[in-house]
Design a protein around this ligand. Structure first.
Ligand code: 5GP
Length: 176
């Protein structure tokens, strides 16, 4: 069991909120006269989407998808599985995928291909965190919060074994 005193702050709550507001304003500008569908990728994006949507001042609708790529482990298995699919039809719609974090990029890559097959009008990606890892696959992020170092982070929706999602900041755990 990890002791909370070993958690270090990487991005504090104030900095997060400022960036989320900026991203929301940018999306508002770019989607003027449109009605985008925000597709949040569960579970990690639930706090991010709840915060950013309140800074998006165009009519939005929500849908949710859940994918499992890590299971309970900290290392990606490389296999992406949809555990909850969309409830709505996105054909002809402007879609914005709301992601918590992009690591290898496999999850995002899989999601984009999967959603493209449903013929939306457009797909863009808004990701709060982009990990500094060497990737062979294309980086699709249009609206990005922060570049972060390649380490396992928690908080603001992100977990380790389902814990720490409720931290108001992004942190990491001292492994020593
Ligand atoms: P990728 O497919 O890009 O390797 O991994 C993306 C997914 O893995 C994210 O949506 C997230 O659920 C999980 N993930 C990747 N890196 C981290 C991390 O540092 N912390 C946590 N909690 N989850 C991560």
């Amino acid at each position: 069991m990890t002791d909370n005193s070993k958690i270090h702050v990487l991005i504090d709550s104030k900095t997060l909120q400022k960036k989320v507001k900026e991203l929301g304003r940018q999306i508002t500008k770019d989607y003027k006269d449109k009605k985008p569908v925000l597709i949040a990728v569960l579970k990690g994006s639930f706090i991010f989407v709840a915060d950013i949507c309140r800074h998006i001042n165009v009519p939005v609708v929500f849908d949710f998808m859940a994918v499992s790529s890590y299971g309970n482990a900290k290392v990606s298995s490389g296999i992406v599985r949809i555990t909850k699919d969309l409830d709505t039809n996105i054909e002809g719609k402007d879609v914005i995928i709301i992601e918590d974090i992009v690591d290898s990029g496999r999850t995002l890559n899989y999601l984009i291909k999967n959603l493209e097959a449903r013929n939306p009008k457009s797909i863009e990606v808004c990701a709060l965190l982009d990990k500094d890892v060497p990737r062979k696959i294309k980086n699709y992020i249009k609206y990005k919060g922060f570049d972060i170092p390649n380490r396992y982070v928690i908080g603001y929706g992100l977990d380790i074994g389902e814990r720490f999602r409720n931290l108001s900041f992004i942190g990491y755990i001292d492994e020593e």
